[in-house]
Design a protein around this ligand. Sequence first.
Ligand code: TYM
Length: 331
Amino acid sequence: MQRIFSGIQPSGIPQLGNYLGAIQNWVNLQADHECVFCLVDMHAITVWQEPEKLRHQTLTQAAILLASGIDAEKHILFNQSAVPAHARLAWIFNCVTRLGWLNRMTQFKDKAGKDRENHSAGLYVYPSLMAADILAYKATRVPVGEDQKQHLELTNDIAQKFNHDYGVSFFPEVEALIPPAAARVMSLRDGTKKMSKSDPSAQSRIEMTDDADAIALKIRRAKTDADVLPEDPAQLENRPEAKNLVTIYAALSDISITDVLAKHAGEGFGPFKQALTDVVVNAIAPIAQETKRLMQNEDHLLSVLRSGASRAQAIAEPIVSEAEKIVGFVK
Ligand code: TYM
């Protein structure tokens, strides 16, 4: 059985893009993989996080993942900082990674913008910690949204260089599992920008804890154009907002974009947004409700994370110890 590793930053409340690009896939992959799911709190602090908020968001994310169908008994759910093997391997990888490779990372460029000098060193070396997350478990499959593809290519470059420099074949190649639909869900306010849990405007995203009224309002206010829906998917190409809403509808109803258009072609956005609201509420509301219930028992959430961390540690410790031996550290 292949091992899966994937992570999510507790830097906000997960949004619909996280769900469609990653979480939904994680839930389905549990049937035939050994899965390790991680709340990457060390990645989150690469940009400033209020400590109390970070703690709360970490627990909320644990609850959302459980409510979405992550089985934390059969599989592993934990927070990154609880397993020191990640930081130890990340340091080794910082010494393997070349500056030129990090300079090419589009996510760093997007996040740092022009004000590069004022961002943390952690944000810059973010991708080597991500490579360490995956390779500390020798995981071979990584389910992510499209925006993480470049980081996974870098993970393979780091693994190859480590193997080459030390003359070993220790770290495996990793494969990105990117969902065929909704691999990149866009903002509700701007169809050219990715939906993100850290966007300053909460109107730009549907959060996994939103209730039916909040979902309806956000979809009603979502930016669209004045045209009706076309019959041919190719005609959505220059209409990013329309394409995004149709894509969300298709991904949540598990049908193709062609089928959504066959049903709704000729409709304006008034009725289509109503239909989309029903689809989103049906998918999200039960998760939001179960999350609320789970959040009432913090002790339970803490014990799920602690049990996950100790099982994660049992896998990662021998692998990272061996990597340290390969490097020449005295053990
Ligand atoms: P993060 O927290 O930004 O996002 C978690 C997952 O959600 C996906 N995602 C999206 N998919 C589709 N449309 C969107 N608008 C959208 N926004 C986010 C992301 O692709 C991701 O799969 N670097 C990672 C966290 C990480 C990780 C890892 C992932 C750390 N270590 C090891 C895999 C393996 C990140 O920032 O995720």
